[in-house]
Structure formats: structure tokens, C-alpha cells
Design a protein around this ligand. Structure first.
Ligand code: FAD
Ligand code: PYC
Length: 405
């Protein structure tokens, strides 16, 4: 049947690299591709290359469980995640590419008094800032998500839940492909299968370009958006990033008819779940507890998550799992991201999104483009610079990260 599909146009061009560019972005995930798109669209900078060691979207962009929400605690976080949520709402139209954004609601389960106090604090902080988030009783949680077991004798009983109705999911591959096509249409070069192996610097320490497996490519400015390999790439410029990398795993079940209407997360028992449009249950775990660049992850972590899913949703006990994988997450001590100028002139970094940067893709890309174009952070990203690790003005989002670390 596929033979009938002839004459499809390539969605983006795959050019040979030029000798030099105004801007090189390292890493063709959603963040890097999106930043290139917004550089072209909002700042008129089109002499841009996005350089990717593998295939575009093959990093965490194509490995995540696609949960989108903006229910974080501090203003610095609410600013960027809500900016992102608003961009999600119009992204398919903006890119003319269906990213399948689905605001089906993200519900976070509370299992004990500590969870309840923490979630209610988030609900209040969000509401005061104009962001939707509400507290539900166990009965209301069950009405919102019928497969949930709320019986008092459940192994992991719940005493309520926090619900962000505007939260939801999007199709991760489509996000990468949509940004790639839109950036390519505006003249951006996307260069795949090209690993950056070095960052070259001039007489004043400034960036002059990158060494790659396709040779040296010059650049006036370089933006690093390499997720799990952020500290490796920044190390090429002599910058030690306050980030550690750990595997994070997910898996999908055999396809089922529509059964699960929303997204549910339980940080306390280390599991989160939704159902894709193909019908697969999409399930994710907490991070492995050791630093690693392995895109597989430990077996005991994922089996623990499946134990939790079976307890929370007993009807899924006989469902078969089809595929499991891992991604490498770049984690900061305060679980908040870094968008920053660096000690190296004309080198910019977007990193530290760890277990939670998919939801931030449009917002992060949009603000990273601003940082690269203007040389200083946008108002909405001012708190996210590297400075905070020197001043101690950390943004502790460990609870809002909602994934066991
Ligand atoms: P990536 O898509 O990883 O892009 C970085 C790119 O840089 C990669 O393609 C890589 O190959 C490339 N690269 C690295 N080094 C080099 C080099 N030397 N030269 C050239 N290219 C290089 N977030 C959420 O908000 N919601 C979720 O539900 C969620 N679930 C997750 C589940 C899992 C299992 C994982 C692993 C992550 C999850 N995340 C989630 C986090 C989210 O996936 C990431 O924060 C986000 O996708 C990062 O996007 P990115 O574009 O920065 O990174
Ligand atoms: O940040 O919402 C999130 C998330 C969910 C699963 C992994 N990360």
C-alpha cells in the first residue's frame, strides 16, 4: 500500500553546511529547532544552522511522555511554563502543522498529608498568578478519571488530587517535524548526522565556530540546546555546567480502545500515565538514581512503576507492554532550567530542563531565540540564568517537577 504514496515532498531540506553562519544551534530537539524557527520568524535572523549528531527529534523530544502543564510554584517558573502553554494553544495554526495539542487535563494524585499541603500551596500560588489549578476530593478525582481506584483499602490510597484542566498532551514527533519544516521554509539549515566535537574560541575567548564530524563550521554566535549532553558540549568550551545526567524511562502498552480520558501523575508512587491517540497507554517512571548516559535505564525502576500503575488502576493488570526506552535528562540541583549567557562571549546555553522540558518547548525556544538575538534574557526568563548558582537565589521546583529524582 505504501507504494501508492509516491511523490511526497521532503518536509525540510538537508543541505551541505556552509562555511559559516550567523548562528549555530547545537541539538535538533524541539528546543533547538524551535529556537531556530523563532530566530527567523521574530528576529529576522535566517543564516542559521541547527546541528544534530543523530536524527532530529531522536533525543528526549522523541522519548518523552508528552505531559504539558504550567502548575509550578514560583513566579520565575510560572512565567516561562505559562508562556509556553499559551504558545501550545496556537502552535498548530502557527506552524500549519498539527501538533495534536490536547488539553485533556493533568491530575496529580495526593497520597498523604504532605502531598495535600504541597499541592494546595501550588493551587493557591497558581490561582493568585492567574493560572488554573484546582483541588479535588477523591470522589471528584474518580469522576474525572473513572479507572482510578479510590477505595480506602487500596495499597496507595489517595486523599485528593490537584487538577490543571488546561494541561494535557501533544504529539512529540510532530512538534519536532513542525518546527523543522517551518524553520527550513525560512532558510534555516538543519544538518543531521553531524556531531559537534569541539567549540573553537578566538583571541578574546569568544566563540568562532564548531568542529564537527563534517569539518569546521564558523559561527558568530553558538546556542547549546543539547539536553542530556549539555554538560558534555559546554565542557568543549571550558564551561562546567551545574547539571548531572540521569536516565529516565518510559514504556507503552498494546493499543486499547479509548479508556483513559486524561493525564494522571503520582509522584509519591513514581508513575504517570495517559493514552495516546493510537490507543497505547503511555507510562513513565522516576529517574534512575545514578549518573549515566545509557538510553535504557534500570529494570527495577520500570517494574516498580508498573507495580504502582497496577495498584492505582487495577483494570490494567492484564494489559501487555510493547516497548520500553530511556532518555538522558539534564538535572539541576533546584530542578529549574538554565537559559543564560555564559562566561564565553557569544556562547549561550539552554539546559537543565531535566525530566520536564517537553511542556516548555515552545516557550523555551521562543525565549532562547530572544536571548541569542539580543544577547540578554527576555523579561520572562531573567531568573533562569547561571548566576543563581553563584548567588544562591535558587528556584526550588522539586515538588512541581512531579517526577521522582
Ligand atoms: P532533545 O530532544 O534531547 O534534543 C537535544 C539534541 O541534542 C539531541 O537530539 C541530541 O542528539 C543532540 N546533541 C547532543 N549532543 C550533541 C553534539 N555533540 N552534537 C550535535 N548534537 C548533539 N517533559 C515534559 O514536559 N513532560 C513529560 O511528560 C516528559 N516526559 C519525559 C519522559 C522521558 C522518558 C524523558 C527522557 C524525558 C521526559 N521529559 C518530559 C523531558 C523532556 O523530554 C525534555 O526536557 C525535552 O524534550 C528536552 O528537549 P530538547 O529539545 O532540549 O532535547
Ligand atoms: O514534567 O510533567 C512533567 C513530566 C511528566 C512526566 C515526566 N515529566
Amino acid at each position: 500500500a505504501m507504494r501508492a504514496h509516491k511523490g511526497w515532498e521532503a518536509q525540510w531540506v538537508s543541505p551541505e553546511p556552509r562555511q559559516s553562519y550567523d548562528v549555530i544551534i547545537i541539538g535538533a530537539g524541539g528546543h533547538g529547532l524551535g529556537a531556530a524557527y523563532y530566530l527567523a520568524k521574530e528576529h529576522g535572523i535566517t543564516n542559521v544552522a541547527v546541528i544534530e549528531k543523530g536524527w532530529l527529534g531522536g533525543g528526549n523530544t522523541g522519548r518523552n511522555t508528552t505531559i504539558i502543564r504550567s502548575n509550578y510554584l514560583y513566579e520565575e517558573s510560572m512565567d516561562i511554563y505559562e508562556h509556553s502553554l499559551k504558545l501550545w494553544e496556537g502552535l498548530s495554526q502557527d506552524l500549519n502543522y498539527n501538533v495534536m495539542y490536547s488539553p485533556r487535563g493533568v491530575m496529580m494524585l495526593s497520597h498523604n498529608v504532605h502531598d495535600q499541603q504541597s499541592f494546595k500551596r501550588h493551587v493557591n500560588a497558581n490561582n493568585l498568578y492567574g493560572i488554573d489549578n484546582e483541588w479535588l476530593t477523591p470522589e471528584q478525582a474518580k469522576a474525572f478519571c473513572p479507572p482510578l481506584d479510590i477505595s480506602k483499602n487500596a495499597r496507595y490510597p489517595i486523599n485528593g488530587a490537584a487538577l490543571q484542566r488546561r494541561g494535557g498532551t501533544a504529539r512529540h514527533d510532530a512538534v519536532a517535524w513542525g518546527y523543522a519544516r517551518a524553520a527550513s521554509d525560512r532558510g534555516v539549515h538543519i544538518i543531521q548526522n553531524c556531531e559537534v566535537t569541539g567549540i573553537r574560541r578566538g583571541p578574546n575567548g569568544e566563540v568562532t565556530g564548531v568542529d564537527t564530524t563534517k569539518g569546521f563550521i564558523g559561527a558568530k554566535k553558538v546556542g547549546v540546546s543539547a539536553a542530556g549532553h549539555s554538560s558534555v558540549v559546554m565542557g568543549m568550551a571550558g564551561v562546567r555546567l551545574p547539571v548531572h545526567s540521569t536516565p529516565l524511562q518510559a514504556l507503552v502498552s498494546e493499543p486499547l480502545k479509548p479508556i483513559f480520558p486524561c493525564v494522571v501523575m503520582s509522584n509519591t508512587v513514581h508513575a504517570y500515565i495517559s493514552q495516546s491517540d493510537k490507543g497505547e497507554l503511555v507510562i513513565g517512571a522516576g529517574t534512575d538514581q545514578y549518573n549515566s548516559y545509557s538510553q535504557t535505564g534500570g529494570m527495577q525502576i520500570i517494574t516498580h512503576t508498573l507495580d504502582a500503575i497496577c495498584e492505582l488502576f487495577p483494570m490494567f493488570r492484564r494489559v501487555k507492554m510493547m516497548r520500553q526506552w530511556g532518555g538522558i535528562t539534564d538535572n539541576t540541583a533546584d530542578r529549574s532550567p538554565i537559559q543564560s549567557v555564559t562566561p564565553v562571549p557569544n556562547l549561550f546555553v539552554n539546559a537543565g530542563w531535566g525530566t520536564g522540558g517537553f511542556k516548555a518547548t515552545p516557550g523555551s525556544a521562543n525565549l532562547f531565540a530572544h536571548l541569542i538575538a539580543k544577547g540578554e534574557p527576555h523579561r520572562l526568563a531573567q531568573g533562569l540564568t547561571l548566576d543563581r548558582f553563584r548567588t544562591g537565589r535558587l528556584i526550588d521546583e522539586a515538588a512541581a517537577a512531579a517526577v521522582a529524582h
